[in-house]
Design a protein around this ligand. Structure first.
Ligand code: F6P
Length: 403
């Protein structure tokens, strides 16, 4: 494909590894004698490109000023879906903007909504390649940002244990992840959380309570200083046993039209508090462990903590910087090869793996078959533990990373 100038767009939620994508797109393009420019502010910027007086050229000097290990995106973001813009001439306007700045093709990094726009734009004759990006990890391929978010969730959760231990609190940490539990699951395991609640497993709160009671009681009673905590990592898209999502309706919707999910942690706290208040064993436990103060401190405290955007901000993990570099460079080659409407999967040796974007953006959930292993190690997932009966599989080549 005859490409002399590439426009780079990042869209959806910011996350780790995106600046590596931007840098490697610019550097790989440069190696082929192609220029890269930033289309700022996601698809909102693409729509408004025609009104800009200039675009930022990512030449060698400008690229060197981008720090790949910083999360967020030098290109900026918005949650705008082109098809929803109330302007019948939007696609013509976009094409005019691309023509104005001599942009022959786009490399667009984002999640499922962003990917659906890649499909839309490609079908309208705008060459574009998709680089998978979302901390939620709900795309078919690995997406840049996932590993960074998992590491941060893990560090925050682990760090919160010191507060939990000091106050003998039961802590519920509500984390981003939308409708899937990949980041809560992996981040929770990384921090050795006692209980991990994910949307793929409708929660039975009686089971969570019993696990909490047994673990927390034992921990405090065994401690010479009577200190202990119980840590729950709860994904924001949690469902109860009847399959209803546990979010706060008043939070509204974002610009893509998705419900803003918030409130799962609060719901979990209420469920535990309700049971603590009516459990006849609690008063004796509080007295036995020297915690009881009549009228003031009669049940253990349950607190929810919501790190929110902290889980995807700050710094990128080294894995995401690596993946971001691979995926950005691969996207340039795909674009040059005319593979428009495709998503980079990864680079293995000298092979660029890719898949059609409509396939890549199909939602991938946590494989719940894996939970039984962690249940056998003592983690609670808000359900009756399943028996761990793994099958054997002999491998003769390198096993792929699975997250
Ligand atoms: O899709 C990424 C994500 O971080 C979700 O996990 C979360 O629900 C959402 O974005 C929050 O989006 P915003 O930054 O628009 O509040």
């Amino acid at each position: 494909m005859d490409i002399k100038r590439i426009g780079i767009i990042t869209s959806g939620g910011d996350c780790g590894g995106l600046n590596a994508v931007i840098k490697s797109v610019a550097r790989e393009a440069y190696a082929f004698g192609i220029e890269t420019v930033v289309i700022p502010n996601g698809y909102a910027g693409l729509y408004n490109l025609v009104d800009l007086s200039e675009v930022v050229l990512l030449n060698a000097e400008r690229v060197s000023r981008i720090e790949a290990s910083l999360a967020g995106s030098e290109a900026g973001h918005s949650r705008v879906k082109i098809s929803k813009i109330a302007d019948p001439a939007k696609y013509e306007r976009i094409k005019k903007g691309l023509k104005k700045f001599n942009i022959d093709g786009l490399i667009i990094s984002g999640g499922d909504d962003t990917g659906s726009v890649v499909v839309d734009l490609s079908s309208r004759g705008i060459p574009c390649v998709h680089v998978p990006k979302t901390m939620d990890l709900d795309l078919q391929p690995y997406s840049v940002g996932g590993d960074s978010a998992i590491n941060r969730i893990s560090v925050f959760t682990r760090d919160l244990k010191t507060t939990g231990m000091s106050h003998n609190r039961i802590l519920v940490i509500e984390v981003f992840g939308r409708y899937v539990g990949h980041t809560a699951f992996r981040g929770g395991i990384g921090a050795e959380a006692d209980c991990i609640l994910i949307p793929e497993v409708p929660v039975d709160f009686d089971i969570v309570y019993e696990h909490m009671k047994a673990t927390y009681f034992a921990r405090i009673e065994r401690s010479d200083v009577k200190a202990g905590t119980y840590i729950i990592v709860a994904a924001e898209g949690l469902k109860n046993a009847s399959g209803e999502m546990l979010y706060d309706e008043s939070a509204g919707v974002d610009a893509f039209g998705h419900k803003k999910l918030a409130g799962a942690g609060k719901y979990v706290r209420h469920q535990l508090e309700k049971r603590l208040k009516t459990d006849p064993d609690i008063e004796a436990f509080m007295k036995r462990t020297g915690m009881y103060a009549p009228g003031v401190y009669v049940i253990p405290e349950v607190r929810e903590v919501t790190p929110g955007h902290l889980v995807r901000s700050g710094h990128s993990s080294a894995y995401d910087v690596n993946f971001g570099h691979r995926a950005g460079a691969a996207a340039v080659i795909l674009l040059l090869e005319g593979k428009t409407g495709n998503t980079v999967v990864d680079v293995k040796g000298n092979k660029i793996r890719y898949m059609p974007t409509p396939e890549a953006i199909k939602r991938r959930e946590v494989d719940i078959d894996e939970l039984a292993l962690f249940e056998s190690l003592g983690t609670c997932f808000g359900r009756k533990p399943a028996e761990y009966k793994p099958e054997m599989m002999e491998e003769h080549r390198m096993i792929e990373r699975s997250l």
